[in-house]
Design a protein around this ligand. Structure first.
Ligand code: ADP
Ligand code: ASP
Ligand code: MG
Length: 419
């Protein structure tokens, strides 16, 4: 008997009919002799609606109370799904994160899971129940409700799978797997039968929202077998077929197939660039600039410092677009007060496009193919950053679609992938 954790996203539980289909699918897995835990998101659009409601009352919502509001969407879907299961004759029980004991830190709106009490779930499973758990939510040591950041139900699913020692964590969503890039941007994108953890981690951290980054980190750390698959197929497709469908996230050492050099293309739309112009080139300047930003809890991504000319240099970095105005005003104050730079400039309309692939380790010339492709499209590169298995560029956001499509073609990803 296997223990399976299934997570269904917002679209997958977006209507009563879809919730009933989730129930039928979960029962199919249970009737085949598996113990099944189902983690659900709120119905699609619901979390956005709740956050907008909070903002109407308080434009910068109190984080603790925002989590109280935002977490309610999942409480609705667990109850509805448990009802659907029971009405089909399947014993079931729903639990909020609080009831199960999903323990997190106290970072409201972006809390991290620290531990999960799994005894209650195990006891129910042993009695033949399907256990339905609310994704996205937990509680801190003081008993406050917390949420795990947007897309956090993926992490709830994987963390539960890790805590229970599940045989597989299945992430059911509105696409049938992980694609070479977002199929909404490149219709020619193709599904990857498998992708390595390392690549998936890069894809997620570089903007692919198909899995929340922390869910991939969890899966890597606890070696959870993770599969992304579609909830929109007929619920009664044969189990053997469903078991092999979607994309399996694998450990690289398990792979012995010939891989493409570039496995996928990720992008992040809402980036902003800040440049501190004419900074005196002396020790401590990077620290001074970035610590002012860090103290305000603003995350910095790409960083570039130019060659100095006559003792002065330009220092550029990127932040999320939401933090743009705040970063600019912090640095303008800092420049005047301490740094002695000439000016602070910014561009809030940037985006980041990245190519990802473990094959890059053993192939030269990948970055130059990327740069040539962008130059042939007349796209100017504003910043570059690289690691062993990725190359990222910052470009004007108006070229995002063009860049992603051109790179998809240049790296032969338009053809079906066989890894
Ligand atoms: P859910 O509500 O099920 O959690 P999400 O909207 O969070 O679903 O994630 C699924 C979406 O991720 C897809 O509809 C797709 O547009 C997007 N996406 C982005 N990059 C990729 C990719 N490389 N492969 C597949 N989907 C991707
Ligand atoms: N409902 C939450 C969100 O919309 C969590 C999730 O869907 O994973 O972000
Ligand atoms: Mg999601």
């Amino acid at each position: 008997m296997a223990l399976i954790v299934q997570k269904y996203g917002g679209t997958s539980v977006g209507s009563v009919e879809r919730i009933k289909n989730v129930a039928r699918r979960a029962i199919k897995w249970a009737e085949a002799g598996n113990q099944v835990v189902v983690v659900v998101s709120a119905m699609s659009g619901e979390t956005n609606r709740l956050i907008a409601l909070a903002r109407e009352v308080q434009p910068e919502p109190d984080p603790r109370e925002l989590d109280v509001v935002a977490s309610t969407g999942e409480q609705v879907t667990i109850g509805l799904l448990a009802m659907a299961l029971k009405s089909m004759g399947q014993p079931a029980r729903s639990y909020t994160g609080f009831q199960v004991g999903v323990h997190t830190d106290s970072a409201f709106t972006k809390a991290r899971i620290e531990a999960i009490d799994e005894q209650r779930i195990r006891a129910d499973l042993d009695q033949g129940m399907i256990v339905v758990v609310a994704g996205f939510q937990g509680m801190d040591a003081q008993g406050n409700i917390t949420t795990l950041g947007r897309g956090g139900s993926d992490t709830s699913g994987v963390a539960l799978a890790a805590a229970l020692g599940a045989d597989e964590c299945q992430i059911y969503t509105d696409v049938d797997g992980v694609y070479t890039t977002d199929p909404r941007v490149v219709p020619e994108a193709s599904k990857l039968p498998s992708i390595t953890f390392e690549e998936m981690l890069e894809m997620a951290s570089l903007g692919s929202k198909v899995l929340q980054i922390r869910s991939v980190e969890f899966a890597g750390k606890y070696r959870v077998r993770l599969r992304v698959l579609s909830s929109l197929t007929p619920w009664d497709i044969p189990l053997e077929q469903e078991m092999r469908s979607g994309t399996l996230i694998t450990f690289e050492e398990d792979q012995n197939m010939e891989r493409a050099v570039v496995s996928g293309i990720a992008f992040a739309r809402d980036e902003a660039k800040i440049t501190v112009v004419g900074v005196p080139d002396r020790p401590g300047i990077a620290y001074q600039i970035l610590s002012a930003v860090g103290q305000a809890n603003i995350e910095v991504d790409m960083i570039v410092q130019n060659q100095s000319v006559a003792g002065f240099t330009d220092f550029s970095f990127t932040v999320g677009r939401n933090d743009y105005a705040r970063t600019l005003s912090i640095l303008k104050n800092e420049v005047q007060a301490h740094i002695g730079a000439k000016d602070v400039l910014g561009d809030p309309k940037s985006c980041k496009v990245s190519i990802v692939g473990v094959g890059m380790r053993s192939h030269a010339g990948v970055a130059s193919t990327m740069f040539r492709t962008l130059s042939e499209e007349g796209i100017n590169i504003q910043m570059i950053s690289t690691s062993e298995i990725k190359v990222s560029v910052l470009i004007d956001e108006k070229y995002l679609e063009l860049a992603v499509r051109a790179l998809h073609r240049a790296f032969d990803l338009d053809a079906p992938q066989n890894t």
